[in-house]
Design a protein around this ligand. Structure first.
Ligand code: AMP
Length: 112
């Protein structure tokens, strides 16, 4: 997997507004928020997207969701939307797995 902006954030080469970090993952505010609350949770392991996961990533994937929920609870969010884009046509622009957490405004369905 080639280096992405997120691998540079993980290595500290590029700064971010960090919300949480541990051995497995990092969470930070999105640089171009699409809602009043918009943060990303990413694995430190270089996974491209959901096409690139395997059963051995099971614990890591649930950890990412639990970390995202922990941040949401800390922010007193009572609702949020999670988005994982997989592939260019879905809207993926950074090819390092990330989960979007969005809140603070009414969400529409279906998403665009
Ligand atoms: P996606 O379109 O699903 O690949 O989402 C990539 C997200 O990364 C977008 O919402 C971008 O605004 C966000 N992003 C890109 N560069 C940075 C950065 N340096 N710091 C924080 N978020 C970023």
């Amino acid at each position: 997997m080639s280096s992405t902006i997120f691998s540079k954030i993980i290595s500290g080469e590029i700064p971010c507004e960090k919300l949480y970090e541990d051995d497995l993952c990092l969470a930070f505010n999105d640089i171009a928020p699409q809602a009043p609350v918009h943060y990303l949770v990413i694995p430190k392991k270089p996974i491209i997207n959901l096409l690139d996961i395997s059963p051995t990533d099971k614990d890591l994937l649930s950890h990412l969701i639990l970390v995202g929920k922990k941040i949401a609870v800390k922010k007193n969010l009572s609702y949020w939307r999670t988005v994982i884009n997989t592939g260019e046509e879905s809207g993926q622009t950074v090819f390092h797995l990330h989960i979007h957490f969005l809140s603070g405004r009414a969400m529409k369905w279906p998403p665009g």
